[in-house]
Unconditional design. Structure first.
Lengths: 165, 184
């Protein structure tokens, strides 16, 4: 089974029914797979904070949400994470493409990569780093944990995890 | 008419519906005029009322009315294409367009100058866009509820705020009672 199908299977098994995305080429396969699943409504967003707003609404409407995004956008979501997701205590799995790690060909991507974990730590957002493909085995438990504690939780997936660029 | 006068007039229409209300003075005014568990007050996060409301409308069948402002829509202008391309006929976006950032001292917005939010919404693909005067807002809102079609209303009104207390209700309480109303 492909890693994209496996991740999507885990989302479906965790009863995630609403996914918003701002694309990344590393996550393109997962986004394609989500579009094939009738269990998941996919609403592309124009910006990640907008996507988090959509997720907040979907959750209050009774559906488990998730956001798919790049770590480079973490900065634009900090206010939303603090004043919406965290302040109102809402769960939000964030499946994040961790650009700027080993194997990265674009120097500018490194600039946000070096701040990614520090920002997540400063925001008190639990963060899990998938580096080897075997790390995906933790995904079901991470999703369960997110909806247990009603917090945003970050899953950083780097280039090594995806098998390079 | 200023925003608080519109809210007073439409309060009887809003009372039985799910309402997502914009940050700052709009939420304070609605809270003071007619607090309901079916109101979700935004205490922060400028710009996202329309997105929260759309997410809510897409996943459940009850009508959702978003009370937004011109300044907030300009902050999250990307919301309009998302709304247009993800049609939820239980969704009404009411933009109270007073041409100013009311919560921060009534500085003018571009919507009060050359930019028409109704035309922007139409250009984004929103199919039912109605610009109306402040005085007509109640009628247009009632018609939008009865039409059961996704509607963007741009209500043009005067700049100004009513003096209302800050909302001190805990955010989790606001969210919890709102979710119970959604579920009921």
């Amino acid at each position: 089974m492909s890693i994209d199908s496996r991740i999507t299977d885990d989302l479906v098994a965790s009863r995630i029914e609403f996914v918003t995305t701002v694309p990344c080429k590393q996550l393109a396969g997962v986004i394609d797979e989500i579009d094939k699943r009738p269990e998941i409504a996919h609403v592309p967003a124009n910006k990640e904070d907008e996507g988090m707003g959509l997720c907040a609404g979907a959750w209050m409407g009774g559906k488990r949400p998730a956001i798919i995004m790049q770590n480079t956008a973490l900065g634009v979501t900090l206010n939303t994470l603090a004043t919406l997701t965290q302040f109102y205590r809402m769960p939000l799995p964030m499946l994040i493409s961790y650009r700027g790690e080993l194997g990265e060909p674009v120097a500018c991507q490194v600039e946000m990569a070096i701040h990614t974990k520090a920002l997540l730590a400063q925001m008190h957002i639990p963060a899990y780093h998938f580096h080897d493909q075997a790390d995906v085995a933790e995904l079901p438990k991470i999703l369960e944990y997110t909806f247990m504690c009603n917090k945003p939780v970050a899953i950083l997936t780097d280039a090594s995890f995806w098998g390079g660029y | 008419m200023i925003r608080s006068e519109i809210l007073k007039e439409i309060a009887p229409i809003l009372r039985d519906e799910l309402v997502v209300c914009n940050i700052g003075i709009p939420s304070q005014e609605l809270h003071a005029i007619d607090d309901q568990p079916s109101n979700f007050y935004m205490l922060g996060t400028m710009g996202l009322a329309s997105s929260i409301g759309l997410g809510l409308a897409l996943v459940q069948p009850k009508p959702v009315i978003v009370i937004d402002g011109d300044g907030s829509v300009l902050t999250n202008l990307g919301t309009l294409p998302t709304i247009a391309n993800n049609v939820a006929d239980n969704y009404i976006l009411l933009i109270i367009d007073n041409g100013s950032y009311g919560s921060t001292g009534d500085q003018p917005t571009y919507a009060g100058r050359k930019t028409s939010l109704a035309k922007v919404a139409e250009a984004c693909g929103c199919e039912r866009v109605i610009e109306c005067s402040a005085e007509d807002t109640g009628r247009v809102l009632q018609e939008a509820l009865e039409a059961r079609k996704m509607t963007v209303i741009v209500s043009k009104c005067e700049s100004g705020n009513a003096k209302m207390p800050v909302i001190t209700m805990d955010p989790v309480v606001i969210r919890d009672r709102f979710m119970k109303t959604v579920e009921a």
